[in-house]
Design a protein around this ligand. Structure first.
Ligand SMILES: NC(=O)c1ccc[n+]([C@@H]2O[C@H](COP(=O)([O-])OP(=O)(O)OC[C@H]3O[C@@H](n4cnc5c(N)ncnc54)[C@H](O)[C@@H]3O)[C@@H](O)[C@H]2O)c1
Length: 330
């Protein structure tokens, strides 16, 4: 089997639903044979390891551990879903305190054991804030760490494809920006359906509001239907993000990335932007939209700032002015 690279990929939270699916997806897509499965729960990660070996992927060289030193040492790529998932009735923000503490330790482990890691993808929620925490503590450059935000866009794309009865990939430009929580900004103005602008498709304002609501509630709908938080779609998209960072197919769905941009007026947050991930990391461009869309992005940004202030007040990260002490790249 041909692999994209031989460099070490670490899957954090590999004993869980997203993590175990990521191991399988990374091997199925032929990313690298060298994958280390890390979790704090030994029986879970041990079981996933056994199952993955029993798939018998040609050339695979898997290992598992509950020791962070063993897991992170030599890592060149990391994806982490290692945190608590939400249950029915919870918002992503309800996970903030516990998961951000985990994110701080995660960042410290990167700094200590693999400061020369090339790219890190953070999945565990609230992903924009856990990723920001991990970035500050890791010492990495902003373009080396992204968070999974793409599912909000794929949910919008799916809803519009059903609405117009077209194949899903015929809907382009269906993007959400800003936070990955319920304050996400859903953009319509760049959407095309089979090449035709959405504005010419005769969609009523009421129906658009319903589709927007469905997009924002997309994650909760999966919890209602399946009795647990989504795992196949996050696993697939996060692995596609790391594949792009390894030099594979570029990833062009919105990713959460660090933004500190005077011109745009977005300062010191991680948020979903129009992005491309390639072997040089993540690169963002300026979102374009109607004044209403830009206002909703501004509101989403302000919500992210509030969550940032919350983790500062909890002492999980220092005040913004002191970030450079932990991470000279910020
Ligand atoms: N960003 C997104 O789009 C998105 C989508 C779905 C779920 N999520 C989030 O992903 C996370 C994982 O979801 P899941 O369904 O795989 O949950 P899960 O409970 O099945 O798996 C989580 C795993 O992480 C492990 N873990 C917990 N703390 C850890 C730590 N400190 N270090 C290493 N491993 C640790 C657990 O032992 C468990 O095996 C949740 O926070 C969930 O909300 C994000």
């Amino acid at each position: 089997m041909n692999y994209l690279t031989n460099e070490k990929l670490v899957i954090v939270g590999a004993g869980g639903m997203i993590g175990s699916n990521m191991v399988q997806t990374a091997l199925t897509l032929g990313l690298t044979p060298n994958i280390c499965l890390y979790d704090i729960y030994e029986p879970g990660v041990h079981g996933v390891f056994d199952e993955m070996e029993q798939c018998a992927f040609p050339g695979a060289n898997l290992s598992y551990t509950v020791d962070p030193a063993e897991a992170f040492t030599g890592a060149k790529y990391i994806i982490s879903s290692g945190g608590a998932p939400r249950k029915e009735g919870m918002t992503r923000e309800d996970l903030l305190k516990g998961n951000c503490k985990i994110a701080a330790d995660f960042g410290e482990n990167i700094k200590k054991y693999c400061p020369d890691v090339k790219h890190v993808v953070v999945i565990f929620n609230p992903a924009d804030v856990t990723a920001l925490t991990a970035l500050i503590h890791s010492g990495l450059k902003p373009n080396q760490l992204t968070s999974l935000a793409a599912l909000d866009s794929t949910r919008l794309q799916q809803a519009l494809a059903h609405e117009f009865g077209v194949q899903q990939d015929k809907v382009t430009g269906a993007h959400t920006y800003g936070g990955h929580g319920e304050q996400m900004a859903v953009f319509a103005s760049q959407v095309k359906v089979d090449g035709k602008p959405l504005s010419e498709m005769g969609l009523s304002a009421e129906r658009w509001e319903e589709i927007k609501h469905h997009t924002v509630q997309g994650g909760s709908n999966i919890i209602k239907l399946r009795g647990r938080s989504s795992f196949q779609s996050p696993a697939y998209n996060a692995v596609k993000m790391i594949e792009a960072a390894m030099g594979g197919e570029k990833f062009t769905l919105p990713a959460g990335c660090y933004v500190n941009d005077e011109k745009l007026g977005f300062k010191n947050v991680m948020m979903a932007m129009p992005t491309t991930i390639d072997a040089t990391g993540v690169h963002y461009s300026e979102p374009t939209g109607t004044p209403e869309e830009m206002a909703s992005l501004q509101a989403s940004y302000e919500h992210l700032c509030k969550m940032r202030e919350e983790i500062i007040s909890l002492d999980i990260v220092p005040a913004v002015a002191d970030w450079k002490k932990d991470n000279a790249n910020l």
